[in-house]
Design a protein around this ligand. Structure first.
Ligand SMILES: Cc1ncc(COP(=O)(O)O)c(C=O)c1O
Length: 363
C-alpha cells in the first residue's frame, strides 16, 4: 500500500488510525452485525455514536452547557443562509467582515435577507491580511460575522473582535479544532467537517441557546436551528456514517492530547514551512506575516512555468493537491490536523531541492 501526502484544502486527509479503525469496523460495528452505514439512525447503537461524538466535541472544544451542538447537512454554504434566516429579523442588519472569498460569499447570501454592512474588508490587497483594529459592531447589528480562517488566501484571526452584546458568528470551516478557542465568545459557530473533522457531508453547528427561536416565519423546518436542537440532530435522517467518522477523529485527537497538543503540533508544522518560505528566493509566502494561517499556506513562484514544473515533480513523488487557488495562483499546502509533521518536512525538502536546481531562475 502506498499512500500519498495529500495537501488538499478539503475534503482532506484523515489519519491512518481513523481509516484503519473504520475499515476494521466496516462489516460489523462492535458486535451489532451491521455496518454503521446500514443501521437505523433511531437505533440505540447509533444513539451511542451520535451522543458520543457530541460529548467528545464538547469536551475537546470546551463547549459550555448553554450551547447546542448540531450535526447537519448542506455544508457551510447552507449556513450562509441559515445564519441570517435564524438570526436576522425582517428589516434588520448584520455586520460582515470581508476577509476572503468565502467571507464575501457569506455576506452576499445574507444580503438577500436584510441589510449587510461590510465595515472592514481586505479586498484591496487580494485578502492577504486581516483588517486591524476591527471596527466595533454597529448599534443595530443583529450579529457580527467573521471567517476565522481564510482557506484560499491563508490568513486567520489571531485575536477575536470584541462585539459586546452583539453575537459573534463564525465560519470556522477551515480551522475548527486546530487550536483551543474560547467558545463563550461566540453566539454561533459553523463548519463543514471535511477539513479537520471527518468526511464531507456533515456540518457542525454550535449555537448559544438564547439565540434559538429567532428565525423568520417562513424559514423551512430543515433550516431552523431550534428544530434541529429540539430533535438532537435527528429531525430527519442525519449523515450517520460521517458522524461516526467524526467520532473516530475526535477519539484520535483526544488520544493525541487534545487541542493544546494539536495546536503545538500545528504551529510546529506551519513554522517548518513558513521558515523555509521566508528564506527562499524562489518560493514566496503571500499572506501578511501577522495573520498567517496554520492550516492553509499559499505561496508563489516567479513564473507559471516554474509553478507547473514544481507541481509536476511533486505529483510524481506523491505530493498531491498542491495547486493554489486561481485567486492567488502558485501553490497552496493545506496542512490540517491529520497531516503529520513528516509530510511537511518532506515537502520542504522537495522545495529546497527544486530551488537548488532552479536557483538562477528566481534571481
Ligand atoms: C472558510 C470556508 N467557508 C465555506 C466553505 C464552503 O464550504 P462547503 O463546501 O462545506 O459548503 C469553504 C470550503 O472550502 C471554506 O473553506
Amino acid at each position: 500500500m502506498s499512500r500519498v501526502f495529500n495537501f488538499s484544502p478539503g475534503p482532506s486527509m484523515l489519519s491512518e488510525a481513523v481509516l484503519k479503525k473504520a475499515a476494521e469496523q466496516m462489516l460489523d460495528f462492535e458486535g451489532s452485525g451491521q455496518s454503521v452505514m446500514e443501521m437505523s439512525h433511531r437505533s440505540p447503537v447509533f444513539e451511542k455514536i451520535i451522543t458520543g461524538a457530541e460529548s467528545l466535541l464538547r469536551e475537546l472544544m470546551g463547549i459550555p452547557d448553554n450551547y447546542k451542538v448540531l450535526f447537519l447537512q448542506g455544508g457551510a454554504y447552507t449556513q450562509f443562509a441559515m445564519a441570517p434566516l435564524n438570526l436576522l429579523p425582517e428589516g434588520g442588519e448584520a455586520d460582515y467582515i470581508e476577509t476572503g472569498v468565502w467571507a464575501a460569499k457569506a455576506a452576499d447570501e445574507a444580503e438577500k435577507y436584510g441589510t449587510v454592512n461590510r465595515p472592514a474588508s481586505s479586498k484591496d490587497k487580494n485578502y492577504s491580511y486581516i483588517p486591524s483594529p476591527l471596527p466595533k459592531p454597529r448599534g443595530g447589528a443583529a450579529y457580527y460575522h467573521i471567517t476565522t480562517n481564510n482557506t484560499i488566501v491563508g490568513t486567520r484571526y489571531t485575536n477575536l473582535p470584541e462585539t459586546g452584546k452583539v453575537p459573534l458568528v463564525a465560519d470556522m470551516s477551515s480551522n475548527i479544532m486546530s487550536e483551543p478557542m474560547d467558545i463563550s465568545r461566540f453566539g454561533l459557530i459553523y463548519a463543514g467537517a471535511q477539513k479537520n473533522l471527518g468526511p464531507a457531508g456533515v456540518t457542525i453547528v454550535i449555537v448559544r441557546e438564547d439565540l434559538l427561536g429567532r428565525h423568520r416565519p417562513l424559514t423551512p423546518a430543515m433550516l431552523r436551528y431550534d428544530i434541529h436542537a429540539e430533535n438532537k440532530s435527528l429531525y430527519n435522517t442525519p449523515p450517520c456514517y460521517g458522524i461516526y467518522i467524526i467520532k473516530l477523529v475526535l477519539e484520535d485527537i483526544k488520544s493525541r492530547g487534545g487541542l493544546p497538543a494539536i495546536y503545538e503540533i500545528n504551529k510546529e508544522k506551519a513554522n517548518i514551512l513558513y521558515d523555509f518560505l521566508d528564506r527562499s528566493r524562489l518560493f514566496k509566502a503571500t499572506a501578511e506575516k501577522k495573520d498567517r494561517s496554520l492550516m492553509n499556506i499559499p505561496c508563489t513562484l516567479p513564473t507559471e512555468e516554474l509553478t507547473g514544473a514544481f507541481l509536476k515533480e511533486a505529483g510524481e513523488q506523491g505530493f498531491v493537491n498542491l495547486k493554489g487557488h486561481r485567486l492567488v495562483g502558485g501553490l497552496r499546502a493545506s496542512i490540517y490536523n491529520a497531516m503529520p509533521p513528516e509530510g511537511v518536512k518532506k515537502l520542504v525538502a522537495l522545495m529546497e531541492d527544486f530551488e537548488a536546481r532552479n536557483a538562477e531562475k528566481g534571481a
